[in-house]
Design a protein around this ligand. Structure first.
Ligand SMILES: *[C@@H]1O[C@H](CO)[C@@H](O)[C@H](O)[C@H]1NC(C)=O
Ligand SMILES: *[C@@H]1O[C@H](CO)[C@@H](O)[C@H](O)[C@H]1NC(C)=O
Ligand SMILES: *[C@@H]1O[C@H](CO)[C@@H](O)[C@H](O)[C@H]1NC(C)=O
Ligand SMILES: *[C@@H]1O[C@H](CO)[C@@H](O)[C@H](O)[C@H]1NC(C)=O
Ligand SMILES: *[C@@H]1O[C@H](CO)[C@@H](O)[C@H](O)[C@H]1NC(C)=O
Length: 382
């Protein structure tokens, strides 16, 4: 059912995006006040086809994939850990396979957060960098491992209000998902480089069921890319669910400018370990726990990609509300925990090491690739 959301008018949607691209998620008509203040029963998508992006790759929510597609995706993901590494040995000596390569890029590029000297977190280019990184992983899955669609995303806000226990969340299903928890370790182990440690993990050990039971990680934890072969650890954490509710998404969607959007999703102005962990970005890692709480090698967790695809969906939906302004709106510090550092601009370089060219940030501002001489061409389902 297509309903015109009054929110779109309140938010001043420009004519570049037809207003009927705003759908209430549930199809239920709620009052604008409720939509604005307490939920995101609205969702936006980029209207395809648009400009030079006539055949966008479609990124679907995990639940929207058929069982066959889910199994194909998991097979492609596991395939990445069977293809030999292409990473330069001096940069990633421990990398043995293509999945390690991408993990190593994230590990190396995360360097410098506590020292405030660099890295891809708590900076203004966090969203564009991860958007670029995801597109390269999506390409690798497709060209090297047989995946034929866009990267799936995981809308955890649906789970957060489902009243299901974590082990019943579809992404943790051992047959049609990514498998569940590891066993509870006593005393509870703090994941290495978890920043900070959050109590409440119900597991912490090696994943015991599902397709990633014997997943082999060779790089990390933390900043090391030396060979360190180990299992995937998980500790599902129900305490984080409160920070994944749709209201959190709605708050970000209602931000008036990019720095405010970024602050509501990733890095609040009073950024401290305690405030960061309660943001939806961090909470979407901490809910899975274990290796996912290591902000440096969280890429070891296959759900990294689905979580970040959802964040990118929220970001692109926010942009789509006022494309004329928001496809060029960027800012925030270029160094973490350093509000005084030079502001990120459309010219800021995004570096993904050996996995792709260094590009100016502007090129990934538009997921339809039309603005700023871009090259991306995908859209998200609602
Ligand atoms: C918002 O939704 C709640 C629950 O659905 C309802 O009780 C409340 O009256 C609504 N508020 C407004 C302003 O419509
Ligand atoms: C985990 O970290 C917390 C907070 O820093 C600390 O109190 C606790 O002792 C740590 N536990 C272990 C097993 O290291
Ligand atoms: C993981 O290894 C164990 C022991 O070899 C085996 O029983 C199990 O089937 C394997 N699981 C998967 C998903 O490959
Ligand atoms: C962005 O919006 C916030 C909150 O409304 C405001 O405080 C800030 O000055 C704005 N920043 C820019 C760069 O416009
Ligand atoms: C971006 O870089 C280009 C080429 O280096 C330069 O011409 C342009 O002025 C820069 N723009 C901004 C906003 O810094």
């Amino acid at each position: 059912m297509r309903l015109l959301s009054l929110l779109s008018l309140a938010a001043g949607l420009t004519t570049a995006v037809p207003v009927d691209n705003v759908f209430p998620r549930t199809g239920k008509s709620t009052s604008p006040a409720n939509q604005t203040l307490s939920s995101t029963s609205f969702n936006l998508y980029w209207p395809p086809p648009i400009g030079k992006c006539q055949k966008p790759l479609i990124r679907k929510e995990w639940r929207q994939l058929t069982t066959t597609e889910k199994k194909q995706f998991i097979t492609s993901m596991k395939c990445m850990a069977t293809r030999p590494s292409k990473a330069p040995k001096n940069l990633a000596p421990g990398a043995r396979h293509r999945y390690d390569d991408f993990n190593s890029v994230h590990i190396i590029m995360s360097d410098g957060l506590p020292q405030k000297t660099g890295g891809i977190h708590l900076v203004g280019f966090f969203f564009p960098w991860h958007r670029y990184f995801l597109s390269l992983f999506e390409t690798a899955l497709r060209t090297e491992c047989g995946w034929t669609f866009g990267l799936p995303y995981w809308d955890w806000s649906q789970d957060a209000i489902s009243n299901l226990p974590l082990k019943k969340w579809p992404v943790y299903d051992p047959v049609t998902g990514f498998g569940g928890n590891g066993p509870l370790l006593t005393p509870p182990q703090n994941a290495t480089y978890s920043w900070p440690y959050l109590t409440g993990q119900t597991g912490g050990g090696c994943v015991e069921n599902g397709p990633f039971q014997n997943w082999t990680i060779n790089v990390g934890p933390g900043q090391s890319t030396a060979l360190n072969t180990r299992c995937l650890k998980r500790g599902l954490n129900p305490d984080t669910v409160q920070w994944l509710r749709p209201e959190r998404v709605g708050r970000a969607m209602l931000a008036e400018n990019f720095t405010e959007f970024d602050a509501r999703a990733q890095a609040p102005p009073d950024v401290t370990p305690e405030t960061t962990i309660r943001m939806m970005h961090a909470a979407g890692h901490y809910v899975t726990g274990g290796e996912a709480t290591d902000y440096i090698s969280s890429t070891s967790e296959p759900l990294f990609w689905l979580h970040h695809a959802y964040l990118d969906k929220v970001y692109s939906s926010w942009q789509a509300m006022k494309p004329a302004k928001r496809l060029s709106d960027i800012g925030g510090p270029s160094l973490p925990l350093s509000p005084e550092s030079p502001q990120v601009t459309l010219n800021t370089t995004l570096d993904v090491l050996w996995e792709g060219e260094k590009i100016p940030l502007s090129k990934v501002m538009d997921i339809s690739g039309n603005e700023h001489d871009g090259f991306l061409c995908y859209r998200y389902t609602i």
